[in-house]
Design a protein around this ligand. Structure first.
Ligand code: KG4
Ligand code: ZN
Length: 387
């Protein structure tokens, strides 16, 4: 198969990212984070994100080309995330990509950010080792192999919680999404309630893994809901949270109720002061993570029954969580379902390499690049899009 090389750009949120990707091989993936700056505000500030993207974009693109050992002349396509994301942040990447495409006469692929997360498990590292090169090629070729379809995408990030059925190469159907907050957002909000900084996901999950053995977890069915209780083995302090959407008939998710229940729990535990002690923070981290992931587990089990996929593809910031991946593996392995996830964290959080991979894949399945009029898809839902 012909080798395709894309220079890709993603400025959908707070990472100014550019990458060079050859088929599915990541030649470079530059992603300086603006996290430190947004941390002060406890979340991403769109206007600041835009300014930072503007400051960094040229340097990031130059570095991506340099690290890949390519000049713009050696690139086949320019690709850019058109959405979903923060509109004013997306604009910076889109304008730059248009400019590069016109100036260098390279076709332009507008790419859906969620398709990037969906296919991120197919990306491979550049390697001089024959066996690894072979594996990378196998991974790329498998994308075009009908035996891996239907596949089920499980996308869990700061902006989205979705299940996608992939019927055949490039044919997607969203079968579930969150009705309000995303799973990653709930991690961040509940972390903020406990005062553990932003983004709280990685810290909270770290606390949970340190403390899991100190806590007894129990799931109980009640008439209207299913709750999980956590009890610290030493202090005997007890906490309880309901699993949202447990009994809902559809596959959709919801996390805003969990955030409210979590906040109420903290109010009750601290008599309204919100000052938890360290042990309580550790215990609550175990409980929150359990409840947040259990909701996905319940829906995933239903979706597997309903759609019978050959593979499960994981993508998005939250799947950096080791426990999340092992939870999915425990379900898929006995069923003989292959689970794919990105090779490391540079591919789970937002990055341009996944966008480059989708661009090469789109070309390989004969999608036409667009030259003009990219429509920005902002985080507000756009029902006309399948992802
Ligand atoms: O995919 P991503 O970088 O951004 C979006 O496209 O939304 O995901 C970021 C999200 C944040 O909410 C962050 O707290 C969460 O991923 N996250 C985690 C972990 N690492 C990052 N959540 C749980 N456990 C983790 N280890
Ligand atoms: Zn993302």
């Amino acid at each position: 198969m012909q080798k395709l090389i894309t220079l890709a750009i993603d400025t959908s949120c707070d990472e100014t990212s550019a990458a060079v990707v050859e088929n599915n091989i990541v030649l470079s993936n530059i992603r300086p984070s603006q996290m430190q700056m947004h941390k002060e505000f406890g979340g991403v500030v769109p206007s600041l994100a835009k300014l930072e993207h503007e400051k960094r974009i040229n340097g990031v693109i130059d570095l991506a080309l340099k690290r890949a050992g390519k000049t713009i002349k050696q690139i086949d396509f320019v690709a850019v995330t058109y959405g979903p994301g923060l509109a004013i942040a997306l604009e910076v990447g889109i304008n730059k990509a248009k400019e590069l495409s016109i100036k260098n006469q390279k076709p332009l692929f507008p790419i859906n950010h969620m398709e990037g997360h969906l296919l991120s498990g197919f990306a491979a590292r550049k390697s001089k080792i024959k066996l690894k090169q072979q594996k990378a090629l196998e991974s790329w070729n498998s994308l075009f192999d009908t035996n891996i379809y239907p596949a089920l995408g499980v996308l869990v990030s700061g902006g989205h919680t979705e299940l996608i059925v992939v019927q055949s190469p490039g044919v997607y159907k969203k079968i579930a999404e969150t009705q309000d907050d995303s799973c990653g957002e709930a991690f961040d909000k509940c972390g903020r309630i406990m005062g553990i900084g932003y983004p709280a996901g990685p810290v909270l999950s770290d606390f949970a893994s340190q403390n899991r053995l100190e806590v007894t977890l129990k799931e109980e069915k009640r008439s209207q809901s299913v709750v999980i209780t956590a009890q610290n083995k030493k202090t005997l302090e007890k906490y309880e949270l309901p699993i949202p959407m447990y009994y809902s008939k559809d596959l959709n998710f919801s996390y805003s109720g969990l955030k409210t229940a979590f906040q109420q729990l903290v109010v009750n535990k601290t008599n309204g002061t919100m000052n938890l002690n360290k042990q309580q923070i550790l215990d609550l981290s175990v409980l929150f993570e359990q409840v947040a992931f259990r909701q996905i587990e319940v829906k995933l089990l239903k979706a597997l029954k309903q759609y019978n996929p050959q593979e499960v593809w994981l993508g998005g910031g939250v799947i950096a969580n080791v426990r999340f991946r092992s939870m999915v593996r425990k379900i898929t392995k006995p069923l003989g379902i292959t689970m794919r996830s990105p090779f490391d964290q540079t591919l789970t959080t937002d990055n341009a390499a996944m966008i480059g991979l989708v661009s090469n894949f789109s070309k390989a399945i004969n999608k036409k690049p667009l030259e003009t009029n990219i429509q920005i898809q902002s985080l507000e839902r756009d029902p006309s899009r399948s992802l």
